[in-house]
Design a protein around this ligand. Sequence first.
Ligand SMILES: *[C@@H]1O[C@H](CO)[C@@H](O)[C@H](O)[C@H]1NC(C)=O
Ligand SMILES: *[C@@H]1O[C@H](CO)[C@@H](O)[C@H](O)[C@H]1NC(C)=O
Ligand SMILES: *[C@@H]1O[C@H](CO)[C@@H](O)[C@H](O)[C@H]1NC(C)=O
Length: 146
Amino acid sequence: MSGLKLHHVVFFVSLALLASSIPSRAEPFEKWTVHIVNGLGGGRTLFAHCKSKDNDIGLRNLTAGTEFNWSFKNNFGGTTLFYCYLRTDHKQYASFDVFWIEKHDDWLGLRCHNKDCIWTAKNDGVYIRNLSTKQDEFIHPWGTHW
Ligand SMILES: *[C@@H]1O[C@H](CO)[C@@H](O)[C@H](O)[C@H]1NC(C)=O
Ligand SMILES: *[C@@H]1O[C@H](CO)[C@@H](O)[C@H](O)[C@H]1NC(C)=O
Ligand SMILES: *[C@@H]1O[C@H](CO)[C@@H](O)[C@H](O)[C@H]1NC(C)=O
């Protein structure tokens, strides 16, 4: 303890304060859950294929009003990246990242809050939920294939 100088203590306390002031940025080693929700109206089916470099979540047909989710720990090195291809039964599709490690901003952290990222497919496109307000924010419009 005698070797522990005041400036060391100040440094570690500052680090701790800094760490606790960062909301919930997607950092390595944390457990996160990604949800894909079929919020299309009218009994429509949503097709989803989500994967990362090492992990294929599989092909899914989601009936109206249902969701699926998967959990994972961010890998060492902070390179975890999941992306999804979604397609509606009206020939619309969207292909986008659903989870990534945030090194410089807090886009997911501000929305996914309790480490749940909730992506919902609706008639006009794909939304992400802000878990503070419980409101869905429009992010990706559908593209058309054919
Ligand atoms: C999903 O539905 C499509 C269209 O009906 C079908 O071609 C496909 O085989 C289904 N995929 C799975 C994984 O159930
Ligand atoms: C997440 O998926 C599990 C099955 O893997 C399911 O039991 C659970 O209800 C899902 N969570 C939500 C919020 O739907
Ligand atoms: C989410 O909602 C909270 C609470 O209203 C708000 O402070 C925050 O800015 C919202 N996040 C985004 C990314 O809009």
